[in-house]
Design a protein around this ligand. Sequence first.
Ligand code: NAP
Length: 314
Amino acid sequence: MGDAKQVYTLSDMRQWDVATGDLDSPARLAVFGDPIVHSRSPQMHNPALAAAGKNCQYVRLHIQPDELPEALELLKSQNFIGTNVTIPHKGGVFDGVDDMSEVARRIGAVNTVAVEGDRLMGHNTDAPGLKLAIREAFSMDLTDLRIMIFGAGGGAGKAASVQCAMDQCERLVLVNRTVEKAQVLAEELRDLMDDPEKLEGPTDRILAIPHEVAAMEEEIDQIDLIINATSMGMKRTDPEVIPQRLIEPHHLVYDMIYAPPRTRLIANAEAQGARASNGLGMLLWQGVLAFEYWFNEDAPVEAMRRGLLDSLGE
Ligand code: NAP
């Protein structure tokens, strides 16, 4: 009996019984990605599987884009329960599943697959994971908030924007360096934001603006929650997402970045007296939701949280 390899490949998947036959428990869950070696998902899911008494384990699979169709087929024939999917496959898996949830359809990306008999069901748990993370961090629901999303044109920003619109948030301002992407998204989401019960004020309920100080300054007074879905902040030398002086004590600030745990945005927000949270909660809750899709039961959240914190050395 042995430990799982750091990373498996498609050729392993073709002979899964041989490649994983010496493991303590069968490898029936995985994360697909390219690259994949740095994924923390096994460190989050394996403690959860142990805590829930499941006789299976979760491994990393290095799948290249041209290998994806075969890998999806092998999920069924090799008796997998499901898989998570990370860069660059969220769009490819969207095209490869048999059915998908409404939120995944709206976002155009699948990050979780559940094997249901001979069918593959696609989900996007990033978006509802963010919603649960905001609730946990700030005891607030998206529906009650006026929200500004930076990086709305990227993958994570689109997921966040769709969730905010589906939850009929009070107001949604989509900010993107390439403003055309945010404008297209605002048009796609406009129909979700026309709840007649929400008060029509003098400001647009959904709009797109460029990632420029003058445009932010005009809107920031009408915002409760600021979400960073850009990659700005991963490096210490990155410029500010939003000038510190524009952050006010009443703002809630959610930075999707979790490494480093305290970004410049979070430090700036706290210096201004605002409440702030990093993206660890989103990572945790998207995993919790994936577990629940695979097993149809509540996930052991605290085991997953501990596993994630351990993987980050926190
Ligand atoms: P992505 O698809 O590459 O999108 C990046 C976004 O950031 C785009 O909107 C891009 O604008 C913008 N951007 C990049 N550099 C910028 C700069 N210098 N100035 C202004 N805008 C800039 O990336 P992603 O996959 O969405 O990930 C975005 C971030 O979210 C990453 O930090 C990632 O780690 C994090 N994330 C966290 C979680 C979690 O669970 N916590 C989950 C997913 C992602 P343009 O459109 O103009 O290029």
